[in-house]
Design a protein around this ligand. Structure first.
Ligand SMILES: [Zn+2]
Length: 318
C-alpha cells in the first residue's frame, strides 16, 4: 500500500495557511497563541514561541555515526533529514521590571520563514515593547538577537532599555572562531553579520557582566560558556520555587546523549561539559527547566537515567 498523501494538505500546511491569514491588511489572531504563563514564586514567567526553525538533522550531533543519529531520530518519530526546532523566548516580571530573555530570529532570513514571530506574539499577549525595561541575551546567535533588528523595533523600545550580555560574548563577536562548528552553508556569514549589526545598533544600551548579574529580584544571569564563550543561563528563584532558562545549553537530544556535539556549538567539548553539569544540578535540586530549542512550551524537569538523563515534560496547567 502506498501512503501517498499528496492529494491532501498536511496538518502543518493547514496551520501555516491559518496563521498567515490577513483581513483588511491586518493579521487575524493566530490559530495557536503560542504563549504559556507560569509563576515561579512571586515571579511571573511567560514562555513565547518565536516559531520553528527548519534545520538539517545532522546538526543534532556532528560527532556521531550518521546511522546512530538516524536510529535516534527514528526512535523519536522524527524525520531523518530536516527537523523543526522550537525557538522559545521568555518574558519575566519581577520587582517592577519586565525582562525579555532573548528576542527570536527576526525577519531577515527568508530561508527560515516559520520563525521570527516574537514581536507579533508579545503584542498578542498584551506586552507593549515600550514596557520592556531589560533584555537578557543568552548569547548573540541570530536566532536570539534577530528580533531586536526587525524594522521599527528599536524605535518602539524605551531609550533607557538595558541589554544584559556577558562581556565574553561581545568580545567573542569582534573576531569569532567558527573552526569547531558544523553549520549549514551560509550560516557562519549570517551569524557574523547579525552579531556585528546588533553590536552597532545597540552599543549604547549594552550592560556587560563578567560571570553573573542580578537583573531583578530573583533573576540571575550566569555565564556558562561552551555554546559560545559568553553563553549564559538565567536562574529564577522566589520563595522555594526555582526555574532555569538554559538557552542553548540543552537540546532535546542532550538528555539521552549529552555528549553529542550540536553543530552550532563553538566549543563543543566545553558545551558538553556545561550541559552535563547543568543537567546533573537540575536533576539533583529538582527545579524546572525551560530552554530555547526544546519543544514549546518546554517547561520540564530533569531526571537521571543511568549515566545519562531523562526529559520529564511538565503537566499542562490550564
Ligand atoms: Zn539557538
Amino acid at each position: 500500500m502506498s501512503l501517498d498523501n499528496t492529494s491532501q494538505p498536511s496538518v502543518k500546511y493547514c496551520a501555516d495557511k491559518m496563521n498567515a491569514k490577513y483581513v483588511h491588511g491586518r493579521p487575524e489572531p493566530e490559530l495557536v497563541p503560542s504563549r504559556y504563563a507560569l509563576k515561579v514564586g512571586e515571579i511571573d514567567v511567560l514562555v513565547v514561541s518565536d516559531g520553528v526553525l527548519s534545520l538539517p538533522g545532522a546538526m543534532l550531533g556532528h560527532n556521531v555515526d550518521p546511522a546512530v543519529r538516524a536510529a535516534w531520530l527514528e526512535d523519536m518519530f522524527l524525520p531523518p533529514d530536516v527537523l523543526e526546532w522550537a525557538l522559545n523566548v521568555v518574558v519575566v516580571r519581577s520587582g517592577g521590571r519586565t525582562i525579555l530573555i532573548d528576542a527570536g530570529m527576526g525577519a531577515e532570513f527568508p530561508d527560515l520563514p516559520r520563525a521570527g514571530r516574537t514581536v507579533q506574539r508579545l503584542e498578542a499577549a498584551g506586552i507593549d515593547l515600550a514596557s520592556v525595561t531589560d533584555v537578557v541575551l543568552t548569547h548573540m546567535h541570530m536566532d536570539h538577537v534577530g528580533g531586536l533588528l526587525v524594522d521599527g523595533v528599536r524605535d518602539r523600545l524605551r531609550p533607557d532599555l538595558r541589554i544584559h550580555v556577558a562581556a565574553a560574548e561581545t568580545n567573542f563577536w569582534e573576531s569569532p572562531d567558527f573552526s569547531h562548528v558544523s553549520m549549514p552553508p551560509g550560516f557562519p556569514d549570517a551569524l557574523r553579520r547579525t552579531a556585528k549589526r546588533f553590536l552597532q545598533e545597540y552599543q549604547s544600551q549594552l550592560r556587560t557582566f563578567e560571570e553573573k548579574h542580578e537583573v531583578a529580584p530573583g533573576v540571575l544571569v550566569t555565564r556558562t560558556g561552551g555554546h559560545t564563550p559568553g553563553h549564559s543561563v538565567v536562574r529564577l528563584a522566589s520563595g522555594s520555587d526555582r526555574l532555569t532558562f538554559a538557552g542553548d545549553a540543552v537540546f532535546q537530544v542532550g538528555f539521552e546523549h549529552p555528549d553529542w556535539y550540536n553543530g552550532f556549538e563553538h566549543d563543543p567539548e566545553e558545551a558538553a561539559r556545561v550541559r552535563v553539569r547543568l543537567l546533573r544540578e537540575l536533576a539533583a535540586n529538582r527545579e524546572s527547566l525551560v530552554a530555547t530549542h526544546l519543544s514549546f512550551p518546554s517547561v520540564c524537569h530533569v531526571a537521571v537515567a543511568g549515566d545519562v538523563f531523562r526529559w520529564v515534560p511538565g503537566p499542562w496547567e490550564y
